[in-house]
Design a protein around this ligand. Structure first.
Ligand code: APR
Length: 178
């Protein structure tokens, strides 16, 4: 099984054991993928988030997935893009690392991510892709779990940006190009 891959799809349909949610710091739902995950999981997800009392940017909280196929949701508020000199790269990397740490601690074997902060929060996709790939690949190099991580892009255009970043930084040779 490829430890990391880039696919196009709707993360609410993911069969991974855990899916990450591009949340906000209230953890009380929103639009974008946050709204889609809450709609698919059902109202129980919001009820499970309420007592958590929110989550700081860059950290993550885990809840059950309820009506989702995924058993768990890893809620992580990404940074709002403010030009890139306000600590955004480190906070975005922390989102991925925090989710993967929670997953590994619970023995979760497969995790799917949406492209955190690249929608409403305005993080430019090429920069976000480079940060996300480095955070994920660095974590996987140091940990046996999760066994599989996928970046679930909502559009082919977004996937092309992630593949370009992968080919630039991680494809050792032509055979590994995506
Ligand atoms: N499956 C996979 N990816 C999706 C889906 C989906 N069903 N829906 C949207 N996306 C993608 C978007 O195309 C974007 O690339 O998720 C990425 C993140 O976009 P947003 O959902 O807008 O999240 P973000 O930019 O992190 O902003 C978070 O938006 O929804 C609110 O409550 C949320 O306030 C928070 C803010």
């Amino acid at each position: 099984m490829e430890r990391f891959s880039i696919i196009v799809g709707d993360i609410t349909q993911s069969g991974a054991e855990a899916i990450a949610n591009a949340a906000n710091t209230t953890l009380l739902g929103g639009s974008g993928v946050d709204g889609a995950i809450h709609r698919a999981a059902g109202p129980e997800l919001l009820e499970a988030c309420r007592p958590l009392g929110g989550c700081p940017t860059g950290e993550a909280r885990i809840t059950p997935g309820f009506h989702l196929r995924a058993k768990y949701v890893l809620h992580t508020p990404g940074p709002i893009w403010r030009g890139g000199l306000d600590g955004e790269p480190a906070l975005l990397a922390s989102c991925y690392r925090s989710c993967l740490t929670l997953a590994a601690e619970r023995g979760i074997r497969t995790v799917d991510f949406p492209s955190i902060s690249t929608g409403v929060y305005g993080y430019p996709l090429p920069s976000a892709a480079t940060v996300a790939l480095k955070a994920i690949m660095d974590f996987l190099a140091e940990h046996p779990l999760p066994e599989r991580v996928r970046m679930v892009c909502h559009t082919e255009a977004a996937a092309a940006v992630y593949r370009q970043a992968w080919n630039l930084w991680y494809a050792e040779d032509k055979g590994q190009r995506l």
